[in-house]
Design a protein. Structure first.
Ligand code: GEK
Length: 243
């Protein structure tokens, strides 16, 4: 099936408002994220492998900010452990509705529960794998430590958090270079300068990136024993944190 392409920021007469995961975004989401996030497909595929290795029987797997269920599906493919449940959470009603349709014919081993909820309100049950693929960046800065602490507390010993984010660099030259390279990536995938600028303005104060040092320090503070980057492409990185 061909995916509708993302032209949401191509109208020069439409001033972009703050970015929202509404029906228009859901319509083009697979195309948008593939052409906007360098390394997205690799991160999704490897999330499945990581979950296959770390999922434990009788535990939950949380996919926080699941969008259309790409990470959930990838994990579902790789998890053999018995009596696992994947809990996929998103606070966009339009995303959850579409995700429910996309996952409707997926088998129930492991089972999948879709929840329309804010990740900050999730009551965690004992978990062996928690995934935050490009979601923490949308949570207000001051609420990130508490969410990560609750995730660390919910993880069973030996459990894993996969955390993928847009990041910034303390060195201003490297920071600008990575931003420019990201824009080159988007141009190479067919976005115009107008579309790139429109999306950037729309995400201002909505997507708030932090540095890898900030992520690592906070993950240790909230109780993870070991953490580091396993994948990076320009200003998009993915970390694993072990309980
Ligand atoms: C993927 N992980 O395909 N509570 C719940 N959901 C939220 C919240 C929140 N507070 N804030 C944002 N979201 C997915 C991609 S997209 C990343 C994740 C992107 C949801 C939001 O509705 C959206 O579906 C998702 O997090 C972020 O691997 O578009 O850059």
């Amino acid at each position: 099936m061909t995916q509708p392409s993302d032209t949401l920021f191509s109208d020069p007469l439409r001033a972009p408002g703050p970015f929202r995961f509404d029906r228009d975004v859901v319509e083009v989401f697979p195309d948008m994220i593939r052409r906007s996030v360098p390394g997205y497909e690799t991160v999704i595929a490897m999330t499945g492998l990581l979950a296959g290795r770390f999922a434990r029987s009788d535990s939950c797997i949380f996919d926080l900010g699941c969008s259309l269920g790409a990470s959930t599906l990838s994990m579902h493919r790789h998890i053999d452990a018995s009596d696992c449940k994947i809990v996929a959470v998103d606070n966009s009603a339009a995303m959850i509705e579409r995700c429910r349709r996309l996952l409707s014919d997926v088998g129930d081993n492991p089972s999948i529960e879709l929840r329309g909820a804010d990740v900050r309100d999730v009551v965690f049950t004992p978990a062996s794998v928690v995934v935050l693929n490009y979601t923490l960046q949308f949570v207000p800065l001051e609420e990130r430590p508490e969410l990560l602490k609750r995730i660390a507390d919910a993880l069973l010993p030996g459990g894993i958090l996969v955390l993928s984010e847009k990041v910034l660099f303390p060195d201003p030259t490297l920071n600008q270079l990575n931003i420019d390279l990201h824009h080159d990536f988007k141009r190479a995938h067919g976005y115009s300068d107008l579309e790139i600028a429109g999306k950037r303005d729309s995400l201002e104060n909505v997507l708030i990136p932090e540095s890898l040092d900030t992520h690592r320090a906070r993950l240790q503070e909230v109780g993870f024993k070991s953490c580091d980057v396993w994948f990076q492409c320009f200003n998009f990185a993915s970390l694993i944190a072990l309980k």
